[in-house]
Design a binder for this molecule. Sequence first.
Ligand code: ATP
Ligand code: SF4
Ligand code: MG
Length: 314
Amino acid sequence: MLEVKGLAVDYYTEEGIVHALQGVSLEVRPGETLSLVGESGSGKSTLALAVLGLLPRRARVSGSIIFRGQNLLSLSEEEMRKLRGDRITVVFQEPLTALNPVFTVGRFLKDVYLTHKGGSEREAEERALEMLRKVKVPAPEKVLNSYPHELSGGMRQRVLIAASLINEPDLVIMDEPTSALDVSVQAQIIRLIYELKEQVKASFIFITHNLGVAASVGDRIAVMYAGKVMEVASKGELFSNPLHPYTKGLLASVPRVSGGEVKPIPGTVPDLRNPPPGCRFHPRCPYRFEPCDKEVPELKEVEKGHWVACYLWR
Ligand code: ATP
Ligand code: SF4
Ligand code: MG
């Protein structure tokens, strides 16, 4: 469905060039959910924006993003606008900023539908209602006539999820869709996403900094660090057999309900204006050895379906 190859994104800022992504390669298969995890600043949203064609003007992008056989990076603004909201859709973290305060939920959903599918107001309204039912909004007829400020955060996020699915897309990108919600609402939305992804044909990229959330939604997990993909594996494999030192560090730093020691990864994420040479994780890696600070380790398949960018596994 989606194949990202050698993707690099640099942001040109007054303080210097931020090398936000470097040599990122990933694929998303038809019908699967790929969870993208990594610390803040690892480049998860940059990757999402690159796929959506929404990077700011000061970003320079290279590599390729093949979506259903077409390189998205070679499409015009106009061609991207046709795909976005229709074939590729997105749910962002903060539902209130994603919704227009002066439009009702019904108007918003109908416009998303009519812009891409055409048809009558009535058809659009029926589809909007159907979607509100699908995302389990209580009293959908009432919500259709409500304004965003009249809804709770969880309800607004349900509306945005409805909008992301209304045109039966091929790829849905969810960028931290539950991070702005409190824990119990977060759990309900995750449950909903899990159920929906089983019902619809679309592929999903689910972005989160939370490994537990990544595991509960994703079929496969890609771990990002400082603008690079460090490890990709099925979720079972990643949790039972993590190979990259960063993934191991992430797993050890997750607090558990059962107690036990939490071991944070020492050090901090690098400044991407001046990323470490070689393996970007080397300043924090307890296993670093001779080649690590000189050459960039490539992402390699070391076991079937298990990809790692680390010299330990060469
Ligand atoms: P978070 O978990 O905080 O959302 P993220 O993994 O989504 O983080 P990005 O937002 O993609 O990370 O940021 C990657 C890097 O690019 C960071 O160093 C960030 O400061 C930088 N960056 C992101 N957006 C811009 C921008 N518009 N201009 C300049 N630098 C940016
Ligand atoms: Fe650590 Fe070297 Fe592997 Fe990087 S390549 S994670 S520094 S062992
Ligand atoms: Mg982000």
